[in-house]
Structure formats: C-alpha cells, structure tokens
Design a protein around this ligand. Structure first.
Ligand code: UDP
Length: 240
C-alpha cells in the first residue's frame, strides 16, 4: 500500500502529496470551484469526489486504449495515485466546436463545428493570466522543443478522438477541452492532470451545458450535472 505523506503542491482544484514512493504522488480532489482565473471562487460540496471518479474512469479507459498517462489507480472517493512527472507549463486546448474564449476572440456563435480540430497552447502562469502562446514562443521560452511541440499536438489530437468517442457513447458532444502533459525522468512525455467536466465542455443532445459552464455562467446546480456525467460513464464503461 502506497502511503500519503507531506503536501507537495496546493492547487485550485487539487492538492498533491508526496508518498512513501518517490516516483508516485497522490492527488486529492477538492470541492473548490474557481473560474475567471480564480476571481470567482466557491466551495461546492461533492465536486471533488465527482471529478476524481470521472477522471479516474476516463484515464483508466485512456490507459486501456494505449495512451501513456500518469494515472495509476483511484484509492478513495477523492484521491488517486499518479506517476510523478514534471508538468510542462502549457495548457493544451483542443477545440472541436467554437465556444468560450474562441467565440469571444473572433466574435463567433458557439457550437460551430470545425472542419478539423484546432489545437492551441496557453502558457500556464497565473500571474500572467495564462496567456495564449504560439509555437515560436514555446520554443523561445524553452518550454518545449520543436519535436516535443509536434508530439504534444499529435498526442492531443489522438486523445481528442478517444475522448470524443467516450463521450459520444453517453450522448454528449465534446466541444473543447484542456490537457496537461508531464515529463518522466527519462524525458518521455505522458498525459497528466485531469479530464473532467471542469476541464472540458460537454453538450447534450439539446445543447445544454453538462460541464463547468453551469458554474461559470450561473446556469444552475453543478452537482446534478456532474452526477449525470459520472452515472453515464459508469453505466457504459463499468457496467454499473
Ligand atoms: N480550460 C481549462 N482550464 C483553463 C482554461 C480553459 O480547463 O484554465 C478548458 C475549458 O474548460 C474549456 C477549454 O479549456 O473546455 C477551452 O477554454 P477556453 O479557452 O474557451 O476558455 P474559457 O472560456 O474557459 O475561459
């Protein structure tokens, strides 16, 4: 049994702990919800366990389909064990349909399907408000090499295909989502962080938001919406 030790990092939605194995960290999902880069902040009881369970289920499925991820196992309602990686400070966003900041930036309606998915990078830096960043900037800032940038885009698009399929199986459209990758000690890049309705936009058949936009845009209670996602995934992928 891997044991939880001291706090390694306190995040907005998760705390990371050392374990007695230096190659493994424990992620504890919290009930805190934030939006607008932390300017909107609330405690939503039950959100942590829902996101831990949803992320665990999705990462299990990604591992099963051959994607290299940091996920090892879920160890409690709010906790999971992950392989320790050095997080690459990029938010890798994949968009299948217009929404959110893309619609705002270009003055477009939400929900227009792209002919092919779009990959974007944002520089993970709270003090700078996570700015949009291009390949040349990523290279100049020595965040990743040309080869690594190409790999991140390819991996993000492959993961998009799998996630689109997973959510289609529970009748949800994957509009867009954010990924984070990390490096193992030997330099290999693997998928890290989380995949949940906190980090994705999911629309149902009536184009209702089944994700954090419910909180961001004050559209109603978040918990029943996240419960709907978890219940659907459990029925489809765990036979529950
Ligand atoms: N996203 C995220 N964390 C962030 C910013 C965005 O998980 O710090 C996700 C968000 O949930 C959405 C996608 O990335 O699924 C694209 O977000 P967008 O750029 O449209 O920004 P937003 O409208 O969320 O500010």
């Amino acid at each position: 049994m891997t044991e939880k030790r001291t706090l390694l990092y306190e995040g907005k939605a998760k705390n990371l702990y050392h374990t007695d194995d230096e190659t493994i960290v424990l992620a504890e999902y919290k009930d805190q919800a934030t939006a607008l880069n932390g300017k909107k902040k609330d405690l939503i009881a039950g959100k942590g366990e829902l996101n831990n369970q949803i992320t665990s289920l999705i990462f299990r499925e990604l591992n099963r389909r051959g994607v290299r991820t940091h996920f090892i196992e879920q160890v409690s309602n709010t906790e999971q064990l992950n392989t320790k990686v050095a997080i690459i400070p990029l938010e890798v966003v994949v968009r299948n349909y217009t929404a959110g900041s893309f619609s705002k930036r270009f003055g477009l309606a939400e929900g227009l399907k792209f002919p092919t998915p779009i990959v974007e990078f944002y520089y993970k830096n709270d003090a700078l408000d996570d700015p949009f960043i291009n390949d040349a900037h990523v290279k100049y800032l020595e965040i990743a090499t040309d080869e690594e940038i190409a790999y991140l885009k390819k991996a993000a698009l492959e993961i998009d295909e799998i996630l689109t399929d997973i959510f289609a199986q529970i009748d949800l459209k994957l509009i867009d989502f954010k990924l984070e990758f990390g490096r193992l000690p030997d330099g290999e890049i693997i998928l890290a962080d989380e995949v949940s309705p906190d980090t994705s936009r999911l629309w149902d058949a009536d184009n209702h938001h089944v994700d954090k936009d419910v909180y961001r845009r004050d559209l109603g209670d978040l918990i029943p919406v996240y419960q709907q996602v978890l219940a659907g995934l459990q029925t489809k992928f765990e036979g529950k």
